[in-house]
Design a protein around this ligand. Structure first.
Ligand code: CA
Ligand code: CA
Length: 478
């Protein structure tokens, strides 16, 4: 549960531009989102129902307290949508391309859905959305009436945080209101008074504090998971500030990837011999499910990168932490981190006969094993069900992730890199700010690894600028 919570908190955070607001970010992100939609819009869709608590996509779950008949569903009909005010927000009928929120919330009148008020009854149908900072929420969805109130209620205190009308302006044309969410937290998007169903194509979250860039796509839902595309569009000096890096393999999985091909910030292909074959985007889709994270392919789109079997000479027996290898692995993923970090490679064991294999992280310069844990197929009859361990890189530096003994190929879907903070809980709070201030003031020195983490503007110096940056993050709840 704690892991899930952390994911929810951090899933939304991909770029922290800290002191530099990036006004161009929203437009840039939108374009990226559309291109992603283009790649999947013809994918085959399966009907799917979301009951209460079901994950629609990262940071969003179905909220329904009513009977199962009132669950959210992927709409089987086609829908088209045009916001009319934004040419980038046009969704064409391509199949099951919306998630439908049924009519509901009869007991909450439009009058009681006023910002600041607390309706007597809770929301019975909506989408619960977790945000990591103050933001603007836009729900691009069809309504069946000429106008309908879109509202967001805080899941914490039941208070209406935002409410504004969506309007149908012409056939298939709608004006989508901006709902301003005042702080990080959980909100439920809903339509009061049983006014209309909402066929949701996309939900955009645009942070308003200038620190994060996030867009979440609900459109193109398949079965267990949704195509979600979150991008970092910040300038280099901003992306260097990120607390968490997420590399989505589908972004790079189209063809073959040779030595040093970059997959994301600080993440690239590692091939030590020129005769080695490149990594391949898997030609058909593959699935992964570890009970929390689900990656599910659609049609023939490549959604993972296949790392072929290799590293025959490196044994599992020689993979204990601290062991110094005589030679680096020949095939792996190179990951460079600015400080201590938890690294999770969401990759399923691709070889059918392989039930378990070590996932290893070795220092690229000292050849010392930094972390090694077993990945397993949790159901040998089901290749999609895998457990993958989190490996901790103890210090700043370059590491290589690999599988020894030529045990299995790995179908890699996503690589998550979570940097540590000063006190080790990976959440920036006032306590971290205090610790760094004491270090900077010479009152209580931090350790060298702590200092690497505490240098949050990554300028190589620990000073008051870091303290200010940490304080800012702790206030923003990130
Ligand atoms: Ca902390
Ligand atoms: Ca610094």
């Amino acid at each position: 549960m704690e892991k899930t919570l952390k994911r929810i908190i951090f899933a939304a955070i991909f770029a922290l531009s800290a002191l530099m607001p990036c006004m161009c970010a929203a437009a840039e992100t939108s374009k990226t989102v559309m291109s992603q939609l283009d790649t999947v819009k013809n994918a085959e869709k399966d009907k799917k129902t979301f009951y209460n608590g079901d994950v629609i996509c990262t940071g969003m779950t179905a909220h329904t307290t009513a009977s199962k008949d009132d669950a959210l569903s992927v709409k089987s009909k086609k829908g088209t949508f045009n916001s009319g005010t934004d040419s980038e927000r046009v969704f064409k009928a391509e199949g099951n391309n919306t998630v439908q929120i049924p009519k509901g919330n009869k007991s909450i009148s439009a009058e009681s859905a006023v910002v600041g008020s607390i309706p007597e009854k809770g929301v019975d149908t909506g989408i619960k959305i977790s945000v990591s900072s103050p933001c603007e929420l836009r729900v691009y969805g069809l309504i069946s009436t000429d106008t309908a109130l879109f509202a967001a209620v805080s899941a914490n205190d039941g208070r209406i945080a935002a409410a504004a009308a969506a309007q149908k302006t012409a056939n298939n044309m709608y004006t989508v209101p901006v709902l301003t969410l005042p702080a990080a937290g959980e909100y439920i998007f809903f339509v009061p008074a049983s006014q209309t169903t909402v066929d949701v194509f996309e939900i955009d979250i645009t942070p308003t504090d200038g620190t994060t860039v996030q867009t979440t796509v609900v459109t193109e839902t398949t079965t267990e998971t949704t195509t979600i595309h979150t991008t970092t569009q910040a300038a280099p000096q901003d992306s260097a500030m990120a607390d968490r890096i997420v590399v989505i393999a589908a972004d790079a999985a189209g063809g073959s990837l040779g030595a040093d091909a970059v997959l994301g910030q600080g993440v690239s292909i590692w091939l030590s011999g020129s005769s080695l074959s490149a990594f391949e985007g898997k030609s058909n889709h593959a699935d992964f499910n570890d009970g929390e994270r689900v990656f599910r392919g659609t049609g023939t789109s490549s959604n993972c990168i296949q790392m072929a079997k290799a590293n025959k000479k490196l044994t599992e027996a020689n993979s204990s932490v601290g062991t110094v290898l005589s030679a680096l692995p020949e095939r792996g993923i190179k990951i460079t981190v600015p400080c201590m970090a938890d690294i999770t490679v969401y990759g399923s064991l691709g070889t059918s006969t392989c039930q378990k294999a070590m996932y290893v992280l070795v220092g690229a310069s000292d050849k010392k094993i930094a972390a090694a844990k077993q990945a397993t197929k949790t159901d040998i009859n089901n290749t999609t069900k895998n457990y993958v361990p989190t490996l901790t890189a103890p210090r700043a530096g370059e590491y290589i992730f690999y599988v020894p003994e030529e045990k299995t190929s790995v179908n890699i879907f996503e690589i998550d890199i979570q940097y540590y903070d000063a006190d080790g809980d990976k959440v920036w709070t006032q306590n971290d700010a205090r610790m760094v201030l004491k270090d900077v003031s010479g009152i209580a020195p931090l350790t060298a690894p702590q200092r690497e983490c505490a240098d949050i503007n990554r300028d190589g110096v620990n000073d008051l600028a870091d303290v200010i940056g940490i304080k800012k993050r702790s206030l923003l709840g990130v």
